[in-house]
Design a protein around this ligand. Sequence first.
Ligand code: ZN
Length: 328
Amino acid sequence: MAETSSKTKYYVGVDLGGTKILSGVFRNSLECVGTAKLSTKSQRGVPAVIERVARCVREALDEADLPLKQVAGVGVGAPGAVNFAEGRVIFAPNMEGWKDVPLKKRLEKQLGLPVFIENDCNIAALGVHVAELKAKPRSLIGIFVGTGIGGGLIINGNLYAGFNHTAGEIGHMVLDVNGPKCGCGNKGCFEALASRTAIFQQIKAGVKDGAKTLLTDMLGDHLDDLRSGDLRKAIRRGDKFVAHIVEDAAEYIGIGVANLVNLFSPEVVVLGGGVMEALADEMMSIIVKTARDYAMPGTMKGVEIIASKLGDAAGITGAAVLARRETR
Ligand SMILES: [Zn+2]
């Protein structure tokens, strides 16, 4: 049960994704006291999605038995380029019609609370840094592998947003100029090689070409309901086809880590997102070995490469951290 003293202030963190909206109510200590989940339904248009975000905030508060007035602030991680100062989503590639949306202003109007907007992967890195890592490294790179691949950079203890507030777009580092086409228009981007979307596409193409896999026994020929957890099950039952595709993706992630370590020399590299949550046991050793093979000699000394245990909660936790930071 949440404490209902009128003095206690809470923070709500929202993770707005292309397919689902997650929200969580947090105490000042970052203990989560209630969560909610809604599908995004981005095809219904921008105003409808903003209403769903507000509804998701109210549902999490209802779960926690708390009124809106006990919330000090709401943080939102949005999937795209964000103007933090103006609270605008400049562009969200996976959501229909999201161009220059004043999300902060519109949500504040709906909720009557201060709202703060950040890029979703920046916020997830912040969540891991503040809520998960006890040692509080001065520098950290978060790599989040899900539908796409995103990143967040903590430099000198602070989130690094960059000149245009677009830093951390690591999913579009080109790792293979002759590689598969990416949603951004380039070829061989990191996320076109190693995201869940990329892994699923390779599996579907292989099945079409007659590859033998347990996934077709599990799900039939369509494979549209494929989830990261199915890959883990298939690999553990000895599915060589799936294991090979997942190993290739892990190698590309290792190469991505090596590039980033060469560039930033971080103390810690944290891997998160849905794919890592489901497949860390299968992928981590390959990622670490490949990163060490590809990085410049000397650059990996003492660098920790770890999997986040926050999973899906990294986004809502980081969004609550943002709200706490901005309302103090
Ligand atoms: Zn790209």
